[in-house]
Design a protein around this ligand. Structure first.
Ligand SMILES: Cc1cc2nc3c(=O)[nH]c(=O)nc-3n(C[C@H](O)[C@H](O)[C@H](O)COP(=O)(O)O)c2cc1C
Ligand code: SF4
Length: 510
């Protein structure tokens, strides 16, 4: 097989990307509270461009303050943000990397609403209900929702169009609509969430209308030749917590949505899954109890009705099996029966770092790959076969060159997007270019980065990847010392995002 399929350019209607690897969105909270961007964000994006990816899909970028999932992420809600985004685009373009901005609105699915989205009552400060397609709070954190008026629906469509205009004025290379993972557009699309009785609810055509009108309004503002793609959860698996909840859109419904998107002028589909974020099936892997035990307290000030319950569940280890009974239900059912459609080369011990292997053996790592790589690939092929010509990007666990090549060669997808696997190895694409099939210290899908995002700088927190020496024959104090060294190496790596530091300037005198 031609190993360099990864390095063939991918041509969309109005955009060519130099290879088949996209950095998938990974939200990190390192911007200012008001939604202005920081040097850390520029440094973060620079890492992946330098590491060789063909294109970067930004993290979740709110089109309005009300549409944030949390404060401290850069927005695109006003024209003052344009110069920042221009800087981000210029930074990554130096490496021939394209920059696609993910336009997003949280709807009811917020993590921390931020002071602007609260109301001050005598009995306390409470979150304002977020605009949605239902009055039901979100499944995980329980932040309140409001089935919004038609006038509000139209206003949000215009917010998307204005954000798109700013993206084009910032000279970015394209837009991705975050229509997956349970955020606002997904709240319209979903048969399980949408409870509207007007032209935006009910049958699939009506549920699609919001997305269709966003696409139409964006096209009116940016023209027909600006790259526009949509990330879609092609199966929703919505019945996570109470199993009696509806399971949401089926693959057949997703195929229809993607066909309409193609007819309505969208240039690519990014295939994902799940009607919430996080979801037991995406990012796949264990629930990060240890990390959330440390970080989840941040969520309790947000006032979601389930936040305090969750805090108790994560804080006390004896309750973890109880939560696992619920969270693990879908993976037990779905992952257990998943047949890999393609396979990469079998992992050889010498490909992996010797210290890493002391913590994750070659066999254990092979099993992790078998379980978590290409989890949405079969569905992606179904979508691809039902589209006329627009390319497909697929997310979900990719990190092995031979596997990605097989996926492209077998026409399961045209490109792949990678999130955690690039957080672990920012330069993985360069490593592929140099002939490596997998990184020596690969991502173990442990999800500690996901648990860290709320409170800590985003980065890889898996200690197994950071040992600096063998611990095989160490005991007691010596072993503790080696572990301490690993922790320090991990912290050093995470903190690299703050270099170079921002340059303070003196404000003008009034
Ligand atoms: C910490 C973290 C933050 C994420 N933030 C976003 C986001 O802002 N938007 C989005 O569409 N997906 C987000 N994702 C999902 C990823 O983009 C990706 O689809 C998913 O993690 C599967 O890819 P992977 O197995 O390579 O991580 C996030 C994932 C992680 C781990
Ligand atoms: S913490 Fe590191 S190893 Fe674990 S999933 Fe995240 S990137 Fe991968």
């Amino acid at each position: 097989m031609d190993k360099n399929l990864i390095f063939q350019p991918l041509t969309f209607r109005h955009l060519t990307v130099k290879n088949r690897i996209f950095r998938s969105s990974v939200t990190g909270r390192w911007d200012n509270y008001d939604g202005s961007g920081t040097q850390a964000r520029v440094n973060w994006e620079n890492k992946f461009a330098k590491g060789g990816v063909g294109a970067i899909i930004s993290s979740y970028v709110p089109i309005s303050i009300e549409g944030r999932i949390t404060p401290n992420v850069v927005t695109i809600d006003c024209d003052e943000r344009i110069p920042f985004w221009q800087t981000v685009g210029e930074t990554v373009r130096r490496y021939g990397c394209k920059y696609i901005i993910q336009l997003s609105h949280s709807g009811r699915q917020r993590d921390i609403e931020g002071i602007e989205n609260t109301q001050t009552l005598k009995k306390g400060i409470k979150p304002l209900p977020a605009p949605s397609t239902t009055n039901q709070a979100d499944q995980i954190n329980g932040l309140p929702a409001n089935n919004m008026s038609t006038a509000k629906v139209r206003a949000i469509i215009q917010d998307f169009a204005q954000a798109a205009r700013r993206a084009k004025e910032a000279n970015l290379d394209g837009i991705e609509l975050h229509s997956s993972h349970g955020y606002l557009i997904n709240q319209f699309l979903s048969s399980a969430i949408n409870q509207r009785t007007d032209e935006y609810g009910g049958n699939l055509k009506n549920r699609y209308r919001f997305l269709q009108e966003i696409v139409g309004s964006i096209r009116q503002v940016v023209g027909d030749d600006f790259h526009l793609q949509a990330k879609i959860s092609v199966r929703e698996f919505n019945n996570i917590i109470p199993p009696w909840e509806k399971s949401g859109n089926t693959l057949q419904e997703a195929i229809q949505i993607c066909q309409w998107l193609e007819d309505d002028g969208v240039d690519a589909i990014h295939v994902s899954r799940g009607s919430t974020f996080p979801h037991p099936l995406l990012p796949s892997g264990p629930f990060p109890y240890r990390m959330l035990r440390y970080t989840y307290d941040t969520m309790t000030s947000s006032g979601g009705k389930s936040s305090f319950r969750n805090l108790i569940l994560f804080r006390y280890r004896f309750l973890w099996p109880l939560f696992q009974l619920i969270w693990g239900r879908l993976p037990r059912k779905i992952e257990a029966s998943y047949q890999q459609p393609v396979s990469g080369l079998e992992i050889e011990a010498q490909w992996l770092d010797q210290y890493f292997r002391e913590h994750v053996s070659t066999k254990e790592f092979q099993q992790l790959l078998n379980k978590h790589q290409g989890t949405v690939l079969r569905d992606a092929k179904e979508i691809k076969q039902n589209l006329k010509e627009i390319p497909l990007i697929t997310t979900g666990g990719f990190q092995q060159a031979s596997y990605i090549n097989q996926a492209i060669a077998g026409e399961y997808t045209d490109g792949v997007s990678m999130a955690r696997t690039l957080v672990a190895n920012n330069d993985l694409v360069h490593q592929f270019q140099q002939g490596r099939d997998i990184a020596a210290r690969p991502c173990t899908y442990c999800n500690e980065c996901l648990g860290a995002y709320l409170e800590l700088p985003l980065g890889c927190y898996s200690l197994d990847r950071f040992y600096q020496r063998s611990v095989a024959n160490l005991t007691g104090m010596e072993r503790e010392k080696a572990t301490r060294e690993a922790e320090e190496a991990r912290t050093r790596e995470v903190m690299t995002v703050f270099t170079p530091p921002p340059k303070p300037y003196i404000p003008a005198m009034e």
